[in-house]
Write a protein that binds this ligand. Structure first.
Ligand code: SAM
Length: 203
């Protein structure tokens, strides 16, 4: 209930499925999404730095999402919405070609092989992302987990996405403009390497 009281920012799953999210923004145009937004540092920073673009954070845990929503309100952001929902149902929330870029940051690695289908970069998820991306649309992925990174690279190339800008140590690389997430800061403080890649939809 508390989360839904932030009606300027929060879109219920059923509303996301029944109405076009693009209509909820003042300025029209494709949206940028973060899946598994968590406490929202990453997407609120992006939204603040790019007031001309629209951002949507998707998160399934309400108690975490409220922190992201409060950040957006404190920053008085006009170009961001949050959906309480599931990445696998994104083709219900967005129409084909409505999304320009998808960010997946430090998703749960689900290390056991029998849980591979739960990883947010598993092929079934990628198929959903491909449906809603514009031609040439991009998935940007970061993780601290090398095995998950290898898995992601295989799944992405196996799904016909074109891999670009792969780095095995983001913070030591010459990549500019990185915005850190809450998890990324924790891992970096421990001296762990951060892996990053982009996967572009070809057609
Ligand atoms: N991206 C944030 C960061 O880097 O600080 C949070 C990372 S946290 C490990 C992963 C987040 O993804 C959790 O908040 C979890 O609830 C969310 N999540 C996991 N599966 C999801 C799904 N299928 N749909 C939406 N969110 C999901």
């Amino acid at each position: 209930e508390k989360l839904l009281s932030y009606s300027k920012y929060v879109v219920k799953e059923e509303d996301a499925a029944n109405f076009s999210i693009s209509d909820k923004f003042d300025s029209k145009g494709p949206v940028n999404i973060e899946i598994g937004t968590g406490r929202g540092k990453f997407i609120t920073s992006f939204a603040k730095n790019n007031p001309g673009l629209n951002y949507v954070g998707i998160e399934c845990k309400e108690e975490v999402l409220i922190k992201a929503v409060k950040k957006a309100e404190d920053m008085e952001l006009q170009n961001i919405k949050f959906i309480i929902g599931d990445a696998l149902r994104m083709n219900e929330y967005f129409s084909n070609g409505e999304v320009e870029r998808i960010f997946i940051n430090f998703c749960d690695p689900w290390p056991k092989r029998r849980h591979a289908k739960r990883r947010l970069v598993y092929r079934k998820f990628l198929d959903v992302y491909k449906e809603i991306l514009i031609p040439g649309g991009e998935i940007h992925f970061k993780t601290d987990n090398e095995k998950l990174f290898e898995f992601a690279l295989n799944e992405m190339s196996g799904s016909g996405l074109r891999l670009k800008n792969i780095t095995f140590d983001l913070h030591a690389s010459d990549y500019e403009g990185n915005i850190t997430t809450e998890y990324e800061e924790k891992f970096a403080q421990k001296g762990m390497k951060i892996f990053r890649c982009e996967a572009h939809k070809i057609d």
